[in-house]
Design a protein around this ligand. Structure first.
Ligand SMILES: Cc1ncc(COP(=O)(O)O)c(C=O)c1O
Length: 438
């Protein structure tokens, strides 16, 4: 624990960017659920079985089998994390001038699409952009928007439709099985692939089990497999659902795409049987994938997120509804309505929460959205602060502390002033930008 004076100094040194704080200055760390979950005893035991051969490690074959058994994808290439897979996939499939429709952007995913010469187009339903709307599947695709895009540009210009499960930037909101099946039918009609950002597929499966007709008696494992069956390939950041501190993969069914990606991975990651990972990392990932589809685990995990969300609602703190899978997303536009988006309300709020209690959260608004190719800022409708909950790390008591601290900041919200950006890196600026208080 730190004092207010210590946190004030740490914040100033970090340029009011929570990514630039030292972790030793943080009390409860909700920056991300990425790589921050606790590995199980079984995963740690698996680490001891690392086969660190340069080529053909036993752990690679174990992981490959698990990806086939649990997700159903035929071919798998390990990568150091999710963006490694995004880089290779984008380079293999996207040509200059291509359009990539997706159910809301994700920062690294969109940047790799752009760097490969493509342009992202948002095809998520409008409800996803409204924090108050309680539609149960705010990750759904607007099929009319998608079909209009295909008709406008032609199927040849669309290498794939990018479908995320548990849409991160919308607040961890799920896509329904029905909608996914409809997207499959539509893309089949035009001969277009679906590539699945499966980072939080098990969390999405939980919401399908809880909310969608016909799925309440089905296991998370069977729902996950069904989701994957409607897609042609996937990029995975195993640092979330799959409960590891580092790792990811690219999975595809198409042999030709696999062959090209397998060749590409040796340039950017490493040989195709380790892709930037140690054998022990692949073993932990193989075991973590199995644990991630355990019904009791996922119920407890999302149950904890819902516990925190309900506490926040009780305190009348404006959050994205319905409560999502991996964290609570506070609506900074409503929390600080007197701060214009150009003065970074979400960035400001994340700094204020840290100052109050040492809880570290993350901006998911105009800073994260970055700039368009022509240099103009994106102005996302959602201006959020993400309180992301690592898996198997914190207790309900921590959740109480988090809600109480946010309530204290809420009570003094009228006195909070915005910020200006004083340093802006070219790519993914939210990681390293610096700010000054107005
Ligand atoms: C939805 C989504 N896609 C892709 C990524 C990128 O994965 P990684 O951080 O492992 O590179 C992340 C995490 O940051 C994510 O949340």
């Amino acid at each position: 624990m730190t004092t207010v004076a210590q946190r004030k100094k740490a914040l100033q040194q970090a340029g009011y960017n929570t990514f630039l704080l030292k972790s030793e200055d943080v009390y409860i760390d909700l920056l991300t659920d990425s790589g921050t979950s606790a590995m199980s005893d079984r995963q740690w035991a698996g680490m001891m079985l690392g086969d660190e051969a340069y080529a053909g490690s036993a752990n690679f074959y174990h992981l490959e089998q698990v990806v086939r058994d649990i997700y159903g994808y035929k071919h798998m290439i390990p990568t150091h994390q999710g963006r490694g897979a995004e880089n290779i996939l984008s380079k293999v499939l996207i040509k200059k001038g291509d359009i990539i429709p997706g159910n809301m952007y994700f920062t690294t995913t969109r940047l790799h699409q752009e760097l490969a010469g493509g342009r992202f187009e948002d095809i998520i339903i409008n409800e996803a952009h409204d924090p108050e709307n309680e539609f149960p599947f705010k990750g759904n695709v607007n099929l009319e928007k998608l079909e209009a895009l295909i008709k406008k540009h032609g199927a040849k210009k669309i290498p794939y439709v990018s479908i995320a499960t548990s849409v991160n930037m919308a607040g961890g909101q799920p896509i329904s099985m029905k909608n996914l099946k409809d997207v499959r039918a539509l893309t089949n009609k035009y001969g277009i692939r679906i590539i699945h950002d499966m980072t939080r597929v098990a969390e999405n499966a939980y919401f399908i089990q809880q909310r969608e007709k016909g799925y309440d008696k089905k296991s998370i494992a069977s729902i996950v497999k069904e989701i994957c069956s409607y897609t042609d390939g996937a990029t995975m950041s195993a640092k979330k659902d799959a409960l590891v501190n580092i790792g990811g993969f690219l999975a595809v069914n198409d042999w030709d795409v696999f062959e090209e990606a397998r060749n590409m991975v040796v340039i950017y990651e490493g040989l195709h049987t380790y892709g930037g990972l140690a054998g022990r990392d692949m073993e932990a990932m193989a075991i973590g994938i199995g644990e991630s589809v355990n019904d009791d685990h996922i119920k407890a995990r999302i149950g904890q997120v819902i516990y925190l969300g309900e506490k926040m609602i009780e305190y009348e703190i404006p959050i994205v509804k319905p409560i999502g899978g991996h964290g609570i997303f506070v609506d900074a536009k409503k929390f600080l309505p007197h701060i214009p988006q150009d003065a970074f309300p979400a960035q400001t709020l994340a700094a204020e929460v840290y100052l109050d209690s040492g809880i570290r959260t993350m901006e998911r608004g105009i800073v994260s959205a970055g700039r368009k190719a022509n240099g103009e800022n994106y102005y996302p409708k959602l201006e959020l602060v993400r309180f992301t909950i690592p898996r198997r790390v914190y207790t309900q008591a921590h959740m109480d502390v988090i809600a109480e601290s946010t309530q204290r900041v809420f009570e003094k919200r009228d006195r909070i002033k915005g910020m200006e950006m004083v340093y802006e890196p070219k790519y993914l600026r939210f990681f390293q930008a610096k700010f000054r208080k107005l």
